[in-house]
Design a protein around this ligand. Sequence first.
Ligand SMILES: Cc1cc2nc3c(=O)[nH]c(=O)nc-3n(C[C@H](O)[C@H](O)[C@H](O)COP(=O)(O)OP(=O)(O)OC[C@H]3O[C@@H](n4cnc5c(N)ncnc54)[C@H](O)[C@@H]3O)c2cc1C
Length: 483
Amino acid sequence: MMAVSTMKRTARVVVRSGACSTAAVGPSTRLAPSNRAFHASHRRQDETPSPGTPLRAGPGSSHDRSSSSSSRANSASGMSIVNIVIASAAIVIAAPHALDLYGRITGTTPSRSTSSSIPGKLEPYTHHPLPLVLSAYYPDPASASVHKLLHIGLPASLPASGGSETDELKKALRIRSVYIKEPSLVIERAYTPLYDTLPGSYSAALQDASAEERQRLDLLVKRYPDGELGKMLHRAVANPTVPQLEVRGPVDTWSFERDSVAGGAIPERIVMVVGGTGVTPAYQLVTNLFGGPTGGSGKRAMEGGPMIDVVYATQSLENALLLPELHALAANSKDRVTVSLFAEHLAGSPSPSTLSPTQLAALGPTLKASTPSSSSRRSWLPSLFSKASSSLEPKLHLTSSLSPTSTTTIPVYESRITQQHLESLLSPQNGKPIPGRTLILVSGPDGMVEAIAGSKSRDGQSQGSLSGILAKIGCRQEDVFKL
Ligand SMILES: Cc1cc2nc3c(=O)[nH]c(=O)nc-3n(C[C@H](O)[C@H](O)[C@H](O)COP(=O)(O)OP(=O)(O)OC[C@H]3O[C@@H](n4cnc5c(N)ncnc54)[C@H](O)[C@@H]3O)c2cc1C
C-alpha cells in the first residue's frame, strides 16, 4: 500500500451483457454536479437541540408573582421545579429516539451517545475517540486547499482470512466507511477510507501494508464554506497522543455479499461512475481487489475478480483527486483497471505546456500530460466516429513520466459524463457482446447521481427508481445501485 503523496452519492447498476440496450433514446442528459446542492439536500443536517438546553421559567414562577402570597409563590415555585425536572427527564429519555427519527426524516444520521467511549476502539454503532495523527493539505501540503489528507490512528488490523479464495474475493468486494461525529452539534458524517484497514478487512491493500499503515485510516476530506464536519476536520490539529475524533465503523456502503441482485455470481466487470469526493469508494474498491498503487511483498490482485472501469467526473483538472495513484493502479493491473477523467472545465484546449501550477499539482511528479494523436483519440469510442463531437474525444492523455514505455493512459475529456460516453462504454465491443455480468456503481454529488441513475429516496435509505442516463440506455432497475 502506498501513502497517497503526502498527502459520494452513488448508484449501483448491474448490467447483464445486453441488459443495457445501447440504442440512443432521446438527447443526452447533462449532469448537474453541484456539490453545494448535493450536500445541502442530502448530507447536511441542521444543528440538533441539545437535551441539556435549559427550560425557561414560564408564567407562575416566583419571578412573575412578586406580589403574591408566599405560600402561593412557594407552591408555584415548587410546581415549576417539579415541571422542570419532569420535562428534563422526558427530554433525556426521548432525545435518542427523537434524533433517530430526525435522522430518518432528514436523511441524515444523528450521532449516538458517546458517554461510554473507549479510546482506541472501533465499533459500528458506538463512537469511540481516536487520534488524528496527520493532517496535510492535498495534493500539495504546502498550499492551502479545500482538500485535506487525514490519517486517523487505529488499533492495528490484521487481514482476515477464511474460506476458499472465492469466498475471500466475495468478502473483498465491498466498500466500507466510517462515521465521524461533531461533538457540539451532535451530527455525524460518513467518510470512505482510501484503504480498508478496518477490522475484518479482506482488502488486498491491507495485505500489502506496512505495520504503520495497518494502524491508520487514510481519509481525503473536502471542506465546504459552511460545511460543519469538513470545517471541524480541517481545523483539527494532529496529535497522536490525543484521541480527539469520535469515530464509529466500519459500516458497509456497498457489499457484494448483501447484493441480492448478484445472486452469488461474481460480476465480470464493475463500472464505477463517480464524481468529486465520490471517487474515494471507487479507490477503496480497486485497492481491495488489486492492492495499493506501489504494491508490496504481499499477495497482489485477487484471482478471478472483476475488471474495474473508473469513470470519474470533476469540475476541473486541478480538482481531480488521486490521479497519480489511480494511474499507478491501472498500470499495475493491466487490462483489469481502466480510468477515464471527465473535467467540465479544462479552459479551452490545454496543451502540456499551458497547464497551470495547480493542474500540474493534481498530476504530481509521476504523471505527465500529452496531446492525444488523432488515432488514439478515436480508440476509446470506436462506435461513435460518425457522430463524434469534440467532447467525445479526449483533450489530454495522462501517462507516466517515470516509465516512458508504459502504455497506461488516463484520457481526459472536457465534458460531463454524457449518455454517449456511457453508451459507448457499455456497448458490445467490436460488435461482440461483453461476456458475463457488468455491475455499475455510481457515487457522487446528488445532482450527478440523479442525472446518471435518478435520485435516491428522500431519506437516502432506499434506492429510488432508476431514471436518468442509465434508464435511457436501457439499464434495468435491478441492475443499478446508488451508493
Ligand atoms: C458513504 C459516504 C462516504 C463519504 N465519503 C466521503 C469522503 O471520503 N470524503 C469527503 O470529503 N466526503 C465524503 N462524504 C461526504 C460527507 O459525508 C459529507 O457529506 C461532506 O463532508 C459534507 O459534510 P459537512 O458537514 O462538511 O458539510 P455540511 O454541513 O453537510 O454542508 C454541506 C454543504 O451544504 C451547505 N450548507 C450547510 N448548511 C446549509 C444551509 N443551512 N443552507 C444551505 N446550504 C447549507 C454548505 O455550505 C456546504 O456547501 C461521504 C458521504 C457518504 C454518504
